[in-house]
Design a protein around this ligand. Structure first.
Ligand SMILES: *[C@@H]1O[C@H](CO)[C@@H](O)[C@H](O)[C@H]1NC(C)=O
Length: 541
């Protein structure tokens, strides 16, 4: 009896052990330092989608970010949060947002320079913050891996990998930027690969190729001579014993995860060290909506239009005449409108079909079958969520990547774009009528949705796989050798010369031999040569 029982126990123990083995991470629980410097909810959403998935695999996450510890977006399970809020950094962000929302036009160069100057501020504010010094930058801290935003004006963060003797993974909140291509060995030819920041489609016309080439070269030069030296100076200042930034980028940076998917942009060649994980933040199964929202959407017999300018662009900063245009356009349609407005809500002049909400579970709202159109600022996460659920867009881009996200969406046929600077009620109404009135927008959105969802692995699982791969193997084997070549080698100048020189020499030698032979034969026949000339002269006469 007792032996029978113990045999059962043994069998059970074996089964439990097997299940645990199969379910346990391939890599032992690792200590991962994740640093976000950018105070933008959209960045936090992308990063925490990854850290949540890593924490679920048993890894220990130290998450350094500029949000307060009480932020509802922040995970808790297996997470240690280090809050590095800084008022200077926040001021810059709020001022910029205000400027963009009020529609002040700035010249490109000065806004670019002030943006680049913000980079060192972000890095300093994070790495010199008292909380970072006390909780991360201590003598006995050990990490197996560092994950940072690196290619978003914070390349200096890669030196953290040197400090902790750990590989670094850069998670980019958007697609593969020109610098990611350059440092990770994506073979990019401006003849056909559109620069991410120009909003071109997959097939370039001649004039687009000219712009693509000139603009990309210009951006490269600005990066090389303006932004990179700033970041190098930061490395020298904050990590005096670290090697130069170029070496860090080559040896410490193991992998780049980009928040993009080729169905959303265009297919381009990717080195194995750059992995597209776009859509990590989207939960596959929509959660049930809160009761009031559900009733409102279920009961909308003409459908629902959802309006949101995202998490950064506070509606209260928008000039009155623009909000009036928006209310006017949305108030004149027969659909119910859900309008996300996070500031003080205007108490008069809100049309009766408009329901103002402070916050919405956006992805779940977009998943509702009655949703007809999403009026959006065109942030990448919103665009991804709309594509995932096959919802057509009216895009009102304001700043950053929003404009080229919406231009791409328009090219792909599921969006009508409205200019924010010259926003009028008529303009917005006409865009809304087009998207509500023609089935082509919905069809294009549904097609893209199927392409976006058709993947062998969920993006968060894919990201976790690659993080654990780097934990186990590093990233040196993922980098193509083109990163070690100089420009003349990449353009094959040396090879072309090496092939051309012998060819030219051979032609010259052959020509010399031929001439020599000719001369000899001429000399041999020189006696008959003269009369023949005379004969020719006679003939022509
Ligand atoms: C914020 O960070 C900057 C560096 O970017 C620093 O000079 C400043 O003292 C910090 N502000 C506070 C309040 O800690």
């Amino acid at each position: 009896m007792a032996s029978n029982k113990s045999r059962w126990c043994l069998a059970l123990a074996v089964v439990v052990a097997l299940v645990l083995c199969l379910g346990a991470p391939g890599v032992d629980s690792a200590r991962i330092l994740v640093v976000i410097a950018m105070p933008a909810p959209s960045h936090l959403i992308v990063f925490t989608a990854l850290t949540r998935a890593l924490a679920d695999r048993g890894h220990q996450i130290t998450l350094v970010c500029p949000s307060p510890k009480t932020d509802k977006l922040l995970p808790t399970h297996n997470h240690h949060i280090v809050s590095v809020q800084n008022s200077t950094v926040m001021d810059f962000k709020l001022k910029s947002v205000k400027k963009f929302m009020t529609g002040d036009k700035q010249d490109l160069i000065s806004s670019m320079i002030s943006f680049f100057n913000w980079g060192p501020q972000l890095v300093r504010a994070t790495l010199l913050h008292p909380n970072f010094k006390a909780e991360v930058d201590t003598p006995n801290q050990k990490f197996d891996l560092v994950i940072t935003e690196a290619f978003f004006i914070q390349e200096a963060m890669i030196a953290l990998g040197h400090k902790f003797n750990a590989p670094v993974i850069a998670l980019n909140p958007f697609g593969a930027s020109p610098q990611i291509n350059q440092f990770m060995g994506n073979s990019i030819n401006p003849a056909w690969v559109p620069n991410l920041f120009l909003g071109f489609g997959g097939h370039l016309t001649f004039s687009e190729r000219v712009i693509n080439t000139v603009a990309s070269t210009g951006m490269d030069l600005v990066y090389k001579f303006l932004q990179f030296p700033q970041q190098q100076a930061l490395v020298s200042e904050l990590f005096p014993s670290a090697p130069p930034l170029t070496d860090l980028l080559r040896n410490q940076l193991a992998l780049v995860l980009v928040n993009n998917h080729h169905s959303l942009s265009f297919p381009v060649p990717m080195s194995p060290g750059v992995v597209e994980v776009g859509g990590m933040h989207i939960t596959k199964k929509p959660k049930p909506l809160p009761k009031d929202l559900k009733d409102l959407m279920d009961g909308a017999k003409d459908g629902v239009v959802y309006f949101s300018m995202g998490s950064n662009l506070a509606m209260e900063y928008m000039p009155k005449q623009k909000t009036e245009a928006i209310f006017g356009a949305l108030g004149s349609i027969k659909q119910r409108v859900l309008l996300k407005w996070d500031g003080p809500v205007p108490d008069t002049g809100v049309p009766s079909n408009i329901h103002i909400i402070k916050w919405a579970p956006q992805s779940d709202v977009l998943a509702h079958p009655n949703l007809r159109v999403f009026v959006t600022h065109g942030g990448l996460l919103s665009t991804q969520e709309a594509v995932y659920h096959g919802v057509p867009l009216v895009g009102i881009p304001v700043f950053a990547d929003q404009d080229f996200n919406m231009r791409l969406a328009t090219r792909k046929g599921f969006c009508e774009q409205v200019d924010f600077a010259t926003l009028t009620q008529e303009g917005l109404s006409s865009a809304l009528q087009k998207v509500l009135g023609s089935p082509s927008y919905k069809e294009a959105a549904s097609l893209l949705s199927r392409l976006f969802r058709s993947k062998p692995t969920e993006p968060a699982d894919l990201a976790v796989f690659w993080v654990e791969h780097v934990l186990e193997h590093g990233g040196a084997h993922l980098r193509p050798s083109n990163v070690d070549l100089s420009l003349y080698q990449l353009l094959l100048v040396d090879v072309i010369l090496a092939l051309l020189v012998p060819l030219v020499l051979a032609i010259l030698i052959l020509r010399a031999i031929f001439r020599w032979c000719c001369c000899r034969s001429k000399k041999g026949s020189s006696a008959s040569g003269q009369p023949s000339k005379a004969a020719k002269a006679k003939k022509t006469n």
